[in-house]
Write a protein that binds this ligand. Structure first.
Ligand code: NCD
Ligand code: ZN
Length: 442
């Protein structure tokens, strides 16, 4: 199989590139400049100037739900939304029903995902119920996720120490949702029940806990930072302790593009954690993208039923779907010269692959890497219409936005899972658990 067109290789766009793919291994076996095909070759021709062949996008933070929450989303609709959104690998959070914090519960997910996924996925484990199970768990997960309650309410130093050790020895991520529950104020107006101070305080505590407990070889990831204050603290920390521990962080499109005035329009619909902050926070986070002051972009795709959103603010579920809008939102910024295509690839493909220790296999177009590619149409114009989402969550905080730039084709290890507005549903089950894939080696 050959893909030919303008491709992003080694941080540069090259014209007239032919990418040769071995369909058995799903890997790239050769890259040549120029188009010289034989009559017998199978070719995907995207040589028109509007297309770009990019390393497939990777999302470090999504909620695919399933099990008892399959009315919100399941592994097929969630990974289908990813495929349509141009994303080849998604990392799934453990706050499900039942929660992914025991070996039995993890097995339920491993099996469900195996039969339904259309794109590759990683699974996170929550704060474990029984640390003795951890040795059976590590081969199936990409990391651990800690929620505010885990760190500040039920925090157990010994459990955390064991988890951190397992993580360090098995190349697993420690991901933190940073908002300090001791500073929440449930009686405050929408959005102010969790402020930037609560986020700042959580990050400050997480840094101190992990530094004191772990000393060396610490590697942590703070997900979805939402404020200027948090960013400044992380930048300072990185400078101060750079030889002691490694901290990375990500931002979401909604924390860059939406501010807390949105709550006046429809508080329940826009409800999300961390809360939306001020337009100045939006601007600071956008500047961070320009200045290479963040490591990754994530969606925090958090689907709920429409009923669960259309409630008074205090009773509404927080979060919204993001997988089918993220790439177009970013490409719209590229088209307006607000962002470079290079940084989109860095934050949403190259860096996430590096953070997941999958460098060389994902996040690059190079010999030996998986042929997991996203081909985008830079010129396609469309209006967000959540009714048409593959996700079961058919609403969006970006409803009605006019966007330019769209995923055109999504390929996962040599197989097309989405092409020209068509989802290849018959390939359900093709998506693999990246951690298990890495162990089998092909
Ligand atoms: C998350 C969800 O729905 O799972 N929602 C969100 O707003 N990010 C849970 C959470 O992080 O509180
Ligand atoms: Zn989340």
């Amino acid at each position: 199989l050959i893909v030919q067109g303008i491709a992003y290789i080694n941080n540069t766009l090259f014209e007239r590139v032919s990418i040769f793919i071995d369909e058995d291994s799903g890997k790239i076996i050769d890259i040549k400049v120029g188009y010289n095909i034989q009559a017998s070759d199978k070719v995907i021709d995207v040589t028109k100037n509007r297309y770009r062949i990019l390393p497939g996008f990777i999302d470090l933070h999504v909620h695919l739900r399933d099990l008892a929450y399959s009315y919100k989303e399941d592994y097929y609709t969630g990974t289908g939304a990813a495929a349509k959104g141009g994303i080849v690998l998604v990392c799934d959070m453990p706050n499900t029903k039942p929660p992914t914090n025991t070996l039995d519960n993890l097995k339920l997910k491993v099996n469900k995902a195996r039969s339904k996924a259309l794109v590759d996925y990683g699974l996170y484990y929550g704060s474990p119920k029984d640390t003795r199970e951890l040795k059976y768990v590590t081969n199936h997960i990409v990391g651990f996720k800690f929620y505010p309650e885990d760190i500040f309410t039920y925090f157990d130093k010994n459990v955390f120490g064991e988890v951190a050790n397992k993580a360090a020895n098995n190349d697993l991520l420690l991901v933190f949702h940073a908002e300090d529950p001791r500073l929440f104020n449930q009686r405050a107006p929408p959005g102010l029940e969790r402020t930037d101070i609560a986020e700042y305080s959580a990050i400050d505590n997480i840094i101190n806990i992990t530094r004191n407990l772990l000393r060396h070889k610490v590697k942590i990831h703070i997900t979805h930072i939402s404020s200027a204050k948090s960013l400044q603290l992380l930048l300072k920390t990185k400078k101060q302790y750079y030889n002691e521990f490694e901290v990375t962080w990500d931002v979401t499109p909604h924390h860059i593009l939406l501010d807390n005035t949105m709550y006046r329009i429809n508080a329940g619909l826009y409800k999300v954690y961390p809360t939306l902050k001020t337009r100045y926070d939006n601007m600071r986070l956008y500047l961070a993208l320009l200045n290479n002051e963040v490591d990754a972009i994530t969606t925090d795709h958090a689907p709920h039923s429409l009923n669960e959103k259309m409630r008074p603010y205090n009773e509404a579920c927080p979060g919204y779907p993001g997988l089918e809008t993220v790439v177009s939102l970013l490409l719209t910024m590229v088209n307006k010269d607000l962002l470079s295509l290079e940084s989109v690839v860095r934050y949403y493909s190259y860096n996430p692959a590096r953070i997941l220790n999958l460098k060389g296999l994902y996040g690059v177009i190079s010999k030996g890497a998986y042929a997991s590619l996203t081909i985008v149409d830079l010129k396609a114009e469309w209006k967000v219409k959540a009714e048409d989402f593959v996700s079961k969550a058919k609403y969006s905080p970006f409803e009605g936005w006019s966007l330019q730039g769209k995923p055109y084709l999504t390929m996962v290890r040599g197989k097309i899972v989405f092409h020209d507005n068509m989802l290849y549903g018959e390939l359900r089950g093709w998506g693999k658990n990246v951690r298990e894939l890495a162990k089998t080696k092909s």
